[in-house]
Design a protein around this ligand. Structure first.
Ligand code: AMP
Ligand code: TRP
Length: 338
C-alpha cells in the first residue's frame, strides 16, 4: 500500500484538519509506505504573500512533525521541490475534461470569494492535485470529506489516461480516497451548519491545533448546542452531534460508546467539559513539541530536502513512463533517465 496526501501551507491548522486529515497521516505511517506533501504550488492559486508563504510552510512542517509524522517512517516533502508535479499537471491536462473542472465545488466557492483575480491556477488546482497523487502511483488518499470530489476527478483522469495511452495496462494507478468514518467533517462550534474552516468560519467556533489550553476550554464552553439535554447524535442536533464526534475521536472511542458513557450526564455542561478535557489532552503535547521543532528552520529544511530527493526518485520513473506513452520528448532508449 502506498499512501499519499497533500496539505496546504496556509493559515493555522484547525481541529478539522487535525481530526479529518493529520491524525490519519500519522496512522498511515504504520499501514504502508506514506508520502505527505506540503502543497505550496496549490497555495499560490489564491492571493497570498510570498514571505508569509515561506514561514507558513515551516509552521506546517513543524506542526506535522509535532503531530507525529516521523521523517524515518514517511516521506515528508515540499511540492515545489519535485518538479515532476508541475510537468505531470500539464501532461494530464490533455486527458482532463474542461466540463469536469467547471463542476468542482471548491472552484466555485473559492472563485466566488476572490476579490481581485480568479486565476487560471485556481481552475487547474484539481489537475495539480491529480498529478500529486498519480506521480507516485499511490493507492490510498487520506483526506477529509471536502476533498471527495477532487479524488473522484483524479480517478477519472487516471482511468482516461490509461484508456487513451495505456495500451491495456494500468500505467497510472487509480487511487481510492480514505475518508474517515468519524470526524471527516468537523463543524464550526458557533455555527454547526458550516464546516470548521480558517477562511469561512468564525474565530470563536474554530479551534486551532496551536491554541492554548485555556482558549480551547473557552471555545468549547461557548459552543452552540440546542435547547434539549439529550446527548445523542441526530440531524436536528448538529452542535451536539459535532461535539460527540470530536469527543469520540479525541478519546479513542466510537460515537456510540460516547453516547452510552454520557447517558447519565447532567446535560450539555458535562458533555462540553469532557470534550474540552479530551481535546486539550490530545493537542497540548503537539503544541509543546511544535515550539521546539519550529525554532530550527535549518533542521526543517533538511527534512524537506531529504524527503524531496526520495519523492523525486519515485516520481521520475512515473514521468518517464507517461512521457513515453504520450509520445512526448525523445524516445526512451535514446534518453538518459533522470
Ligand atoms: P487544507 O488545510 O485545506 O489543505 O486541508 C487539509 C485537510 O483537512 C484536507 O484533507 C481536508 O479535507 C481536511 N479538512 C479541512 N477542513 C475539515 C473539517 N472541517 N473537517 C474535517 N476535515 C477537514
Ligand atoms: N486540495 C487538498 C486540500 O485542500 C490538498 C491537496 C493537494 C491534496 N494535493 C493533494 C490532498 C493530494 C490529497 C492528495 O485539502
Amino acid at each position: 500500500m502506498r499512501i499519499f496526501s497533500g496539505i496546504q501551507p496556509t493559515g493555522s491548522k484547525h481541529l478539522g484538519n487535525y481530526i479529518g486529515a493529520i491524525r490519519q497521516y500519522v496512522e498511515g505511517q504504520d499501514r504502508g509506505e506514506a508520502l505527505y506533501c506540503i502543497v505550496d504550488l496549490h497555495a499560490i492559486t489564491v492571493s497570498y504573500d510570498p514571505h508569509e508563504l515561506r514561514s507558513s510552510l515551516y509552521d506546517l512542517c513543524a506542526l506535522l512533525l509535532a503531530a507525529g509524522l516521523d521523517a524515518q517512517r514517511c516521506i515528508l516533502f515540499r511540492q515545489s521541490d519535485v518538479l515532476e508535479h508541475a510537468e505531470l499537471t500539464w501532461l494530464l491536462a490533455s486527458v482532463t475534461a474542461f466540463g469536469d473542472l467547471q463542476r468542482m465545488h471548491q472552484f466555485k466557492d473559492k472563485s466566488a470569494s476572490q476579490r481581485e483575480l480568479v486565476s487560471g491556477g485556481l481552475f487547474f488546482y484539481p489537475v495539480l492535485m491529480a498529478a500529486d497523487v498519480l506521480a507516485y502511483r499511490a493507492t490510498d488518499v487520506p483526506v477529509g470529506d471536502d476533498q471527495r470530489q477532487h479524488v473522484e476527478l483524479m480517478r477519472d483522469i487516471a482511468i482516461r489516461f490509461n484508456a487513451r495511452f495505456g495500451g491495456g495496462e494500468e500505467v497510472l494507478l487509480v487511487p481510492e480516497h480514505r475518508i474517515p468514518s468519524v470526524g471527516a467533517r468537523i463543524m464550526d462550534l458557533q455555527d454547526p451548519a458550516r464546516k470548521m474552516s480558517t477562511t469561512g468560519g468564525s474565530e470563536q467556533g474554530t479551534i486551532y491545533v496551536l491554541d492554548e489550553p485555556a482558549t480551547i476550554v473557552k471555545k468549547i464552553a461557548s459552543a452552540v448546542t440546542d435547547s434539549g439535554r439529550e446527548i445523542v447524535r441526530s440531524p436536528e442536533k448538529a452542535g451536539v452531534s459535532n461535539l460527540i464526534e470530536i469527543l469520540a475521536v479525541a478519546s479513542g472511542r466510537t460515537p456510540q460508546q460516547v453516547e452510552a458513557d454520557m447517558a447519565d450526564a447532567r446535560g450539555y455542561g458535562d458533555l462540553k467539559k469532557a470534550v474540552a478535557e479530551a481535546v486539550v489532552a490530545m493537542l497540548a503535547p503537539v503544541r509543546e513539541r511544535y515550539v521546539r521543532l519550529r525554532a530550527d528552520e535549518g533542521a526543517l529544511e533538511q527534512i524537506l530536502a531529504d524527503g524531496a530527493a526520495r519523492a523525486s526518485e519515485i516520481a521520475s520513473h512515473t514521468l518517464a513512463d507517461v512521457r513515453e506513452r504520450m509520445g512526448v520528448g525523445a524516445p526512451r532508449q535514446t534518453r538518459t533517465l533522470r
